[in-house]
Design a protein around this ligand. Structure first.
Ligand code: ASP
Ligand code: MG
Length: 420
């Protein structure tokens, strides 16, 4: 039994769905659970829709129309027969959003977000599952919310592994004997049956949850890149494909911000020793990357770039030392504003961190800290992480850059820099 995951880019249009059909068709004799994200940029559109609804602007209805039109057009291309049930099913998936838009936005933002944004995955899987059946690949649509139980933390649902595993193990192996299963990434449900999401780009994590609970032979994530590269081609011209990667290196790379796989994906697979393949859906014969248990370290230094960083320096107002009670107070404030620390440095009287400049919640955090501390900040910075660094790699990334803060351990070097 294997698990395949297809992200938004792989199903952004009708051609993408045809391609997915070809990939699944090449595995027609395997037992396969297929996890699919929302098509193309649907999640971003639905996010905007939530924002407009909460702000009370008319654009929410326009965005709904746009999202609907996009999906209906894909369905139209794949199923020219107007009477095919898929057309009604696609339209019906949006009714839930229409109902929400009919009411004033009384519910908490994060709750509304989950109820609306999850529709992206519900509709993409509806189209994919019908399409596989249409080309003779017998498949069944499964509602991930019947399996993945989370707590009530909307937008970042924490998975109840015990219940989730029991539900998956009880039903899915039997169903997989006779058909492919198609289900949604990114979504789960609370014990009261309210929809939750697992955090942006969380479909990889969903696929890992299903793979781990099923004890799958492997998980394959089909991407628009040839596999895991040693740097994002957005920043570097000469990137190298890493054919094999240890779970530990993969965890470290994603922790520091490599976006190729969602950071939460690796651990559940590592616990069960399930290999993870990252492969290109464009060049399907290419071997891609295999992430597995190995003592081999990365063959080449790897680079991770994060732009739009703010350096926040925090000093006690009374010139006292930064000690444990200050630190725990500072961290609890970061936690309360849902801000993740990308790099930190502590000296006797100053605690400095680099964080993503995400706008309003950063301003709120700074305001909050200013009540108790002297706070200085610098924005417009870039954070460069090099795993398996050496002096040559450091020199390479520092061209026309000035170092603001630097941290090194035996494997990893982090440089917070400003462009000169
Ligand atoms: N559709 C969701 C997102 O774009 C989940 C995912 O793609 O993994 O964040
Ligand atoms: Mg996506």
């Amino acid at each position: 039994m294997q698990v395949f995951k297809f992200g938004g880019a792989s199903v952004k249009d009708a051609e993408g769905v045809l391609n997915l059909g070809r990939i699944v068709g090449a595995h027609r004799d395997s037992m396969l659970l297929i996890v699919v994200s929302a098509m193309g940029k649907t999640t971003n559109l639905l996010e905007q829709l939530v924002q407009h609804h909460v702000n009370g602007t008319d654009s929410a209805a326009d965005l709904l129309e746009e999202t609907k039109r996009y999906h209906l057009a894909i369905a139209q291309q794949l199923f020219p027969d107007h009477d095919h049930p898929v057309h009604n099913e696609v339209a019906n998936r949006f009714v839930e959003i229409e109902w929400i838009l009919d009411e004033p936005p009384m519910d908490p933002y994060d709750y509304l977000y989950d109820q609306i944004v999850a529709v992206g995955e519900l509709v993409s899987t509806t189209i994919v599952s019908h399409y596989l059946n249409a080309i003779g690949l017998n498949s069944r649509w499964i509602d991930a919310r019947d399996y993945i139980l989370t707590d009530n933390t909307h937008r970042e649902g924490r998975v109840d592994w015990k219940v989730t595993a029991a539900r998956i193990q009880e039903r899915l192996p039997g169903l997989l004997e006779s058909q492919f299963l198609v289900t949604q990434g990114f979504i789960g449900s609370t014990s009261e049956n309210f929809t939750t999401t697992l955090g942006r780009e969380g479909s990889d994590y969903s696929a890992a949850i299903f793979a781990a609970c099923l004890g799958a032979e492997s998980l394959t994530i089909w991407k628009d890149v040839p596999g895991v590269l040693n740097a994002d081609p957005k920043w570097f011209d000469q990137t190298e494909l890493i054919p094999e990667l240890s779970y530990l290196d993969a965890i470290e790379l994603t922790y520091y911000g490599a976006t190729v796989i969602h950071p939460k994906t690796i651990k559940p697979l590592q616990n069960q020793n399930i290999p993870l393949f990252v492969k290109s859906f464009i060049d399907i014969e290419n071997g891609g990357t295999q992430i597995k248990s190995t003592n081999e370290s990365l063959p080449v230094p790897s680079f991770i770039f994060k732009v739009n960083q703010v350096l926040v320096s925090i000093l006690p107002k009374d010139f006292s030392f930064i000690v444990e009670d200050n630190l725990s107070d500072i961290f609890s404030r970061f936690h309360a504003h849902k801000i993740k620390v990308n790099m930190m440095h502590n000296s006797a009287v100053n605690f400095s961190v680099s964080i993503d400049d995400t706008g309003s919640n950063v301003s709120a955090l700074l305001h909050d800290l200013q009540g108790r501390y002297d706070v200085q900040f610098q924005n417009g910075l870039e954070l460069i992480t090099i795993r398996y660094y050496n002096q040559q790699t450091i020199d390479r990334v520092l061209i026309e850059k000035e170092i603001i803060m630097e941290l090194k351990d035996s494997y990893t070097c982090q440089l917070l820099v400003r462009k000169l």
